[in-house]
Design a binder for this molecule. Structure first.
Ligand SMILES: [Zn+2]
Length: 259
């Protein structure tokens, strides 16, 4: 990115988006199951590595992507938004009443760890039956009989196989789409968003199983909460987290220009 910046620009801050639980006060990554980080001071480590002397703001990838889509993407002008982001795990960035909802410590929105199956499959977080064990990368690949495969490409290959008529892939995608709608219905009932955005692998899953998602949402969502909810894919695509992290860093400057 820096190559696109004019040479006389001044760097006033840096932002980084992390797949994990980030402490709001200081950006400490409390837990990132995907990378295995526990209590990792990624901001300080990056500053040292990059040799820069500016504040580094750290945010959760779903939170900052929601922030970006709300500020300048699909959810511009919407005050109540749920941005569901998936990679290996699943998380949500929640905008409620026009404000980011991140909870007391900054750890809110971990919707992937809503327990949906009592004593279900083991999750990366160490517990069992979390929503992401059904709709996350591993769950989808496992259901399709591809438990050894890993990564976004493996998922895209799976969606492609479903598209071409592979029965097992289609069944796995339909099942995961049903689970996606199930969780979204619960979230829609709780937060009454006007828009739900599906980002990352949730975008792929939503597009591959939109009928299942809508059907389950319609049967489990409360009619009043469903009245105005729109289902969307991100406008900023995979750049949402990058843009959101930069917005977050800039917000810090705006809030406290002298520091
Ligand atoms: Zn979990």
């Amino acid at each position: 990115m820096h190559q696109a910046v004019p040479t006389d620009s001044v760097c006033v801050g840096a932002g980084v988006a992390v797949c994990g639980m980030v402490r709001r006060d200081d950006g400490l990554v409390r837990l990132s199951p995907t990378t295995g980080w526990v209590d990792e001071p990624i901001g300080a480590a990056l500053a040292t590595e990059l040799g820069i002397d500016v504040p580094i703001t750290v945010g959760n990838v779903a939170d900052v992507a929601a922030f970006a889509e709300h500020a300048r993407g699909a959810a511009t002008g919407c005050d109540n938004v749920l941005y569901l982001y998936g990679d290996v795990g699943v998380g949500a960035g929640i905008i409620a009443g026009g404000r980011r909802l991140t909870g007391h410590g900054g750890y809110g929105g971990e919707v992937g760890h809503m327990v949906v199956v009592r004593d279900g499959m083991r999750c990366d977080c160490g517990r069992r039956g979390c929503w992401e064990t059904e709709i996350g990368e591993y769950g989808l690949l496992r259901a399709a009989g591809r438990a050894e495969a890993r990564g976004r490409d493996a998922l895209l290959t799976l969606f492609d196989a479903a598209d071409r008529g592979d029965a097992r892939a289609q069944s796995a995608v339909r099942q995961a789409g049903d689970w996606l709608g199930f969780g979204v219905a619960n979230l829609v009932n709780i937060f009454n968003p006007e828009m739900v955005i599906f980002g990352g692998t949730m975008r792929d899953l939503y597009l591959a199983a939109a009928a299942q998602v809508r059907s389950r949402l319609n049967s489990n969502g409360l009619p009043a909460c469903l009245e105005h909810v729109r289902l969307r894919t991100p406008e900023l695509g995979d750049d949402a987290a990058l843009i959101g992290a930069a917005e977050l860093a800039f917000e810090r400057l705006l809030a406290d220009p002298l520091n």
